[in-house]
Design a binder for this molecule. Structure first.
Ligand code: URA
Length: 375
């Protein structure tokens, strides 16, 4: 096999050759990086140690061998087992992978690791550890990236459970090619009047609604300024109370700021449930340093998630991918110039997304806590 194969792969300098295996068409298509030592010997993809690991995670997620086709971006092993360069990955993909994808015509395409992600989605918004588990609609159809099993093996054992979790989502998405636009019929108020804030607070108090809140700040530990103060009171309703506009200019007149702060004071000292992500160590101390009071009951989703899933990451980025169908949005502000310089609408939308994601995640985490008798 390797000799024949080498002639098939004349432009390359690597060892061995293995195309993919599995049914064609198949509902799921995994695309790894390149061959390892065992794959070179056997002429098959994902049959070494890391390959076996991936196959075990796949079966733990309930995906059957008849459901997937598995291949690599690069069909050989690069010299010294190094990572293929971008040029090599693209050249090999043009020669084999693009045709393979057309032939397999998967309902869901799964880049396994950074090399496959960068080749299949050259404009991915972030690296694979950030975007893993998120669903993307691409020219190739639906894509959900996962981390490479060698990353799991090399000192990141918590990614075993994360990857199995992502694979379950992949299984679910493999039922159809149809990309269901996440329900983004969100009701966001990004340019509120003082009256809007007052009316919202009155409504929350009257209806005794719990809410998620989140601060966007600029500055250092010693001089923190609040740019935005988001509030979400359902999985689609959120209002951003801006304090600073792009560049640091005040949003409110002094008169309106007094009215807004009075309403917020009433909200934060009320007996409504106040949900934050990482609020116990960030948002609440920031407020209190500035003279605010935050009365219980308060929930921190980071802490609660730690209780139910100690081994998993607890960042909002992770909770969003695990518990919500919100698209990956964490790059929005960074890409648009950072907290201080991103356009107001981008930053405030991001602030509202954080609140909505926290609200949804909190509900889901509570369900799990209830099931496990932990609430
Ligand atoms: N084995 C493969 O076939 N591909 C990888 O990406 C890693 C191990």
């Amino acid at each position: 096999m390797p000799n024949d194969a080498l002639s098939e792969c004349s432009p390359c300098i690597g060892k061995g050759f293995a195309k993919g295996e599995g049914p064609r068409p198949a509902p799921i298509m995994f695309v790894g990086e390149a061959l390892g030592k065992n794959e070179v010997v056997l002429g098959r993809p994902f049959v070494g140690g890391t390959g076996r690991m991936l196959r075990i995670m796949i079966s733990h997620a309930g995906i059957l061998p008849t459901d997937f086709y598995i291949t690599n971006t690069v069909k050989c092993q690069p010299p010294d087992n190094r990572t293929p360069t971008k040029g090599e990955a693209n050249a090999c993909a043009s020669r084999y992978l693009w045709d393979e994808i057309r032939e397999v015509s998967p309902n869901i395409l799964v880049p396994v690791g950074q090399v496959a992600l960068a080749t299949i989605m050259p404009h991915a918004p972030a690296g694979v550890t950030s975007v893993r588990g998120s669903l993307f609609n691409t020219p190739w159809g639906k894509v959900i990236p996962i981390v490479h099993p060698s990353f799991v093996a090399q000192g990141n054992p918590e990614y075993w459970a994360i990857t199995v979790h992502d694979l379950k989502r992949i299984k679910h998405e493999s039922l159809t090619k149809v990309y269901n636009e996440p329900n983004l019929k969100l009701n966001l108020n990004l340019f509120p009047t003082a009256q809007d804030v007052v009316v919202l607070v009155e409504m929350l108090l009257a209806k005794k609604l719990k809410f998620a809140w989140d601060l966007e700040t600029v500055g250092t530990r010693w001089q923190i300024n609040i740019m935005d103060w988001g509030i979400a009171w359902s999985d689609r309703d959120a209002l951003c109370v801006p304090f600073l506009k792009r560049g640091g200019y005040p949003y409110w007149s002094e008169y309106d700021e007094d009215k807004v702060c009075e309403a917020l004071w009433e909200l934060m000292t009320s007996n409504l449930t106040k949900i934050t992500q990482n609020g116990f160590t960030f948002d609440m101390p920031v407020l209190m340093d500035q003279g605010w009071r935050v009365e219980p009951p308060c929930i921190d989703t980071l802490v609660r998630h730690h209780v139910i899933a100690t081994e998993l990451p607890h960042s909002l980025e992770f909770l969003t991918s695990a518990y919500t169908s919100l698209p990956y949005y964490k790059m929005d502000v960074k890409a648009a110039g950072g907290m201080l310089w991103a356009p107001d609408e981008v930053r405030r939308r991001y602030n509202c997304f954080d609140c909505i994601s926290t609200y949804i995640a909190s509900d889901e985490i509570d369900k799990e806590m209830l099931e496990e008798g932990l609430l």
